[in-house]
Design a protein around this ligand. Structure first.
Ligand SMILES: [Zn+2]
Length: 584
């Protein structure tokens, strides 16, 4: 290839494409004076330092100091070389490249033919669905699912009839059947790949059909959905379903609703949730997240409430965070899937959806709540297990988020943030934790210990006040303390018969079968643990109140509670550290 010919190609392409339009497919730009500014797609940042100069057709980032023209931009963003950038842009500009090798040329042409064939197929299926008797099964399915014709047409849904209708149609139009096979539309024998299925086009963010997914209308068919194979036009994991229709609304509302199924998205749009999209054919990929990032920084994840759905949501939250975006997780009530939820709400669907979205916790908090479900903070074994799970979850997120997440984790579970960031390094101390855990709670153990060794009151009374004990332990504790003050360490035996029957039983049992360890040091630790539990209960109360205050937009109260919460959170962390270090 001659260098001059090559230069011509670059010049010709450059003259025909607009840098601003190319950049805007990847970056949201805002006009400031005569330049356009946005968040740099090549480094992490919160405020825009990426500038596009439309007149010079050049760009510059003040953050990472990368810069260049439309070719360098495409090279970097598509991870290709100069040659690849030229090809992509030439395709876009419709410039025929003289310098393409025969294979490259064939690839470009083949992709073009496949795209044309997919477009034709989408039109054919749509025509069958609405205009001829053979489309009846498809129309019936849409009726059952309460999808209107208007919505169906927006997504260009169609129906593939039984047999070889599409092949006949192509023959009548004198089109190549081979192209239809390459496009994944037809089997070798000419039978339609999607026969007897409702056909859903999978389109890119510009509305170009790249593939299909198709739902059977036959009750006995095992494979509910089948998808187009990968073709020169379609790479799985790079397309977001519904994005062409949702992109404007996503930008307007500030977030995208990410669902699991294409039909969920169609129903969502029908009921007014028009910022809904789905990752198509695969679990969410990094390419898909980057694609969405061009339109928003926040995804509202809507997955099934079963285990698979929850696990998918966790993975998505981590993946999305790695691209510098936020997630929230919406949970459907009563195990409904989103499709059912919206249809059940009928005319109120949009409003009910708003409520649901408003309540959705962050992706991290949703996973945290799952890990901490049923946690009993006074069971040290359980605390260790839960801390381990949360720690593992936190460590999957980018380093910059972890401290903040550990703080949230501490507030919600009462487990110290240190323990949520780093695994404890003193395994020797654990034997003792287990020993304590064999009894019911620190309060109960403390009462038994004091029954056997009343002298320990001297250490204990400085660490805990009676009102910090659980109500079930408080009565007996106060009585024993009175006895001790009145009659000393040996008074209990003489005064025991005046105690309530249940208290007598507890003390007699402790005498008959003393707890595994009875000493002042443990007594003091148990007293601290009682106090710790009490503080955690207080903290939970504040968190509940706080979420109420936030729900009612009572910001003064919310701020006051937030301060209290921070204070008690610190006190809890200090006490936990004290307990751990006193053991070491
Ligand atoms: Zn940059």
């Amino acid at each position: 290839m001659s260098p001059s010919g090559n230069d011509d190609a670059f010049a010709e392409v450059k003259a025909r494409v607009d840098l601003v339009k190319v950049v805007q497919e990847h970056v949201r730009l805002t006009k400031r004076n005569r330049d356009l500014w946005g968040l740099c797609p090549f480094h992490q940042e919160d405020s825009p330092s990426f500038k596009v100069d439309p007149q010079r057709q050049s760009w510059y980032c003040f953050g990472c100091e990368r810069h260049g023209d439309v070719f360098t931009f495409v090279e970097l963003i598509e991870k290709t070389d100069k040659r690849g950038a030229l090809q992509l842009l030439a395709e876009r500009a419709g410039v025929e490249l003289q310098q393409l090798s025969p294979e490259q040329k064939e690839r470009v042409d083949s992709k073009k033919r496949v795209l044309a064939m997919l477009k034709l197929a989408a039109q054919y299926y749509e025509y069958v669905l609405w205009s001829i008797p053979a489309g009846e099964p498809g129309r019936r399915m849409l009726e059952q699912r309460q999808v209107s014709e208007e919505t169906a047409r927006r997504f260009q849904l169609g129906y593939a009839p039984a047999g070889r209708g599409f092949a006949e149609y192509l023959r009548a139009k004198k089109r190549s059947l081979v192209d239809a096979q390459v496009a994944g539309l037809m089997r070798r024998d000419g039978a339609d790949f999607f026969a007897e299925r409702l056909v859903i086009p999978i389109r890119d963010e510009r509305g170009q059909t790249l593939a299909f997914t198709a739902r059977t209308v036959r009750a006995e068919e095992q494979r509910k959905y089948i998808n187009s194979p990968e073709t020169p036009a379609y790479v799985k994991g790079r397309v977001i379903f519904g994005l062409d229709l949702a992109r404007e609304e996503i930008t307007k509302r500030g977030h995208a609703v990410l669902m699991e199924g294409q039909f969920d998205v169609i129903t969502a749009h029908h009921f007014g949730v028009t910022n809904a999209v789905a990752s198509s054919g695969t679990a969410l990929t990094e390419d898909q997240v980057r694609l969405l990032k061009r339109f928003t920084d926040e995804l509202l994840l809507v997955f099934d409430a079963d285990r698979a759905g929850r696990s998918a949501a966790r993975k998505a939250a981590v993946l999305v965070a790695s691209q510098g975006m936020r997630t929230r997780v919406a949970t459907m009530p009563e195990g409904l899937d989103p499709d059912e939820f919206l249809r059940a709400a009928g005319p109120d669907a949009a409003a009910r959806w708003e409520e649901l979205a408003g309540r959705a916790p962050s992706g991290f908090e949703a996973g945290l709540a799952e890990d901490a479900a049923g946690l009993n903070p006074s069971n040290p074994n359980q605390v260790e297990v839960v801390a381990g799970k949360i720690r593992e979850f936190i460590n999957q997120f980018p380093a910059g988020l972890r401290e903040g997440y550990a703080e949230i984790g501490e507030r919600r579970t009462g487990i110290s943030r240190h323990l949520l960031l780093t695994a404890p390094v003193a395994p020797a101390a654990r034997g003792r934790v287990r020993e304590v855990a064999t009894r019911e709670g620190p309060g109960k153990y403390l009462v038994q210990l004091l029954a056997v060794r009343p002298d320990a009151f001297e250490r204990v009374r400085a660490q805990v006040s009676p009102d910090e004990l659980e109500p079930s332990d408080r009565g007996i504790y106060v009585r024993m303390l009175e006895t001790y003050d009145r009659s000393g360490p040996n008074g209990l035996e003489a005064e025991l018969r005046d105690y309530p029957i249940e208290a007598q039983e507890v003390i007699r049992r402790a005498w008959a079968k003393p707890p595994p360890r009875v000493d002042d040091e443990l007594a003091e630790e148990l007293a601290k643990r009682v106090r710790l539990n009490h503080m955690r209960n207080l903290e939970n109360g504040i968190i509940r109140e706080l979420s109420e205050a936030e729900g009612y937009l009572d910001s003064d109260r919310a701020v006051r509670m937030q301060t209290q919460l921070t204070q008690i959170g610190r006190a809890i962390a200090d006490l936990e550290k004290e307990i751990l270090t006193s053991r070491a």
